[in-house]
Design a protein around this ligand. Structure first.
Ligand code: F0G
Length: 482
């Protein structure tokens, strides 16, 4: 996706890779889709993938691997202790982030478990730009609380701010003054801030946070799961970084942090996770937890084959022509939807395209889960599976009332290098049809509601027979088309 101009003037992302392994897909008829989504309790997490045409649920563990990653998997060293595979991964991380210590874990939330157990104590606070679901749960379970101090722009669905993931440094100062630095477990920054639409923070913002942390002796922890997208945005949106390489930006950014953890289901296009640590003391404290919860220190719950793929994947993440594919496809999708008047999060972020359900189905009250209802409706209309990121993804308050989410988003993840542009165009077409027919969509209500992380396996039903009406309208408009 280098700078390649089309003679026609058309602006579309052109892939700098070719497809060499493919997976057969099915697109069931809409009547079947109604059966499947009903069986799944209107929760897209509970759909079977064989019933899904485009799986846009997540970018986690489903990115396409490169030929170099695949071939690296064949030379993995299985030994329980002292594996050469581990040495290769550790050295790659030391090279990329410049930190001395590395602990492997089976995925991102396992890192969060270890970090929270080691650093969060009852009564402590973790200020962060914004929470991620699993992060928040781990901090709460260890007796801590979180404070989201994202800049105001971060919560504006539509903005021209290039760095909506920035932390509000004034709020961080106030928070420290109010509670005292000893109450702060650590300061957490999330790259490519997931729940507000994959929005990046700037290098300047991280520098400011570092200097506040230095003043108060606080640890700065980076969740780097979505770092690849954030790096691309720093490189392309920050004038000061235009001439720096991705490697240079990464080293500069990492030097500002004390701990960097990541889900390798996202960063490095494999499956696994890890924690990079600057200080020996913290490393030793966390090391015991790895052997207790994850496995021995040289695999930490990961398959050695995935570790080899990760080592190569991390190296490829330092290539701008690799990491620009996701953001450029997402930007294409966002631009096309805007042209059709469909409400989406702007500017386009990483991870996926985020539809603003609060506006798309503004007639659905938040306690009937507008983004969840839209996710079910989109599956019906297209066989595309997205993910609710709104009130359903929140946990009820201790008194049982709903914690209404700041945003009601339908996230359509664009796993890296997985979909073709014609597939993306198909999804845009069906979203546009749904927008025309949005008044047919109504809400959902829980019939089975787990207390923790209810969005994963909760089951819901529609509040009326609106889904049958949607199927009927589809048949009128599309005839016998799938
Ligand atoms: N941090 C961030 C920012 C994430 O996006 C995720 C996962 C995690 C931590 C946890 O990592 O899944 O490997 O345990 N996000 C996935 C998603 C689940 O679909 O956005 P994990």
């Amino acid at each position: 996706m280098a700078n390649i101009k089309f003679f026609s003037g058309e602006q579309i992302p052109l892939e700098l890779h070719k497809v060499r392994i493919v997976q057969r897909l099915e697109l069931p008829a809409i009547e079947k889709r109604l059966e499947f989504i009903t069986e799944a309790g209107n929760n897209t997490f509970l759909l079977k993938n064989r019933d899904v045409f485009m799986d846009m649920l997540t970018d986690s563990g489903v990115n396409a691997m490169s030929d170099r990653q695949q071939s690296a998997m064949l030379v993995a060293d299985d030994s329980y202790a002292g594996s050469e595979t581990f040495v290769r991964l550790e050295s790659k991380l030391q090279e990329i982030f410049g930190m001395d210590f590395f602990l492997p874990a089976h995925q991102g939330r396992a890192c969060e478990n270890i970090i929270s157990q080691a650093l969060v104590h009852p009564g402590t606070i973790v200020p962060m730009n914004y929470h991620f679901t699993t992060t928040k749960s781990h901090i709460l379970i260890n007796g801590g609380t979180i404070e989201e101090i994202i800049t105001d722009a971060g919560l504006e669905v539509n903005s021209s701010n290039p760095f909506k993931g920035n932390m509000d440094v004034a709020k961080l100062n106030t928070l420290i003054q109010k509670h005292g630095a000893d109450k702060i477990a650590f300061v957490r920054m999330e790259a490519g801030t997931n729940l507000i639409g994959g929005q990046p923070f700037s290098l300047d913002n991280l520098r400011e946070i570092r200097s506040i942390c230095d003043r108060h002796g606080l640890l700065l922890v980076l969740d780097a799961s979505l770092l690849a997208d954030n790096l691309y945005f720093i490189k392309t949106r920050d004038e000061q970084c235009k001439n720096k390489s991705i490697r240079e930006i990464t080293l500069e950014l990492a030097a500002l942090c004390d701990i960097i953890y990541f889900s390798a289901r996202k960063l490095g296009c494999a499956r696994g996770g890890g924690i990079c640590i600057k200080s020996r003391d913290i490393y030793e404290k966390m090391r015991e937890l790895v052997t207790l919860y994850e496995g021995f220190l040289t695999y930490g719950g990961m398959s050695v084959r995935e570790m080899e793929a990760l080592t190569v994947g991390l190296d490829e993440t330092m290539d701008e022509e690799v990491i620009n594919q996701g953001p450029q496809f997402i930007s294409f999708m966002v631009d096309e939807l805007i042209k059709k008047g469909i409400p989406v999060v702007t500017p386009a972020g990483g991870l996926g395209c985020h539809i603003n359900a609060m506006e798309f189905v503004s007639h659905i009250p938040q306690n009937q889960y507008p983004a969840g209802a839209l996710a079910a409706a989109l599956y019906l209309a297209s066989g595309v599976r997205g993910m609710e990121r709104g009130t359903m993804s929140e946990q009820r308050k201790p008194d049982g009332s709903e914690q209404l989410s700041n945003m009601e988003l339908l996230r359509l993840a664009v796993p890296r290098r997985v979909f073709t542009l014609s597939q993306v165009k198909y999804s845009i077409d069906r979203i546009a049809w749904l927008y025309e027919n949005r008044m047919l969509i109504e809400g959902l209500t829980f019939v089975e509601e787990p207390k923790i992380l209810r969005f994963f396996f909760g089951r819901l039903v529609p509040v009326s027979n609106w889904q049958e009406k949607l199927v009927e309208k589809f048949r009128q408009d599309f005839g016998d088309s799938l």
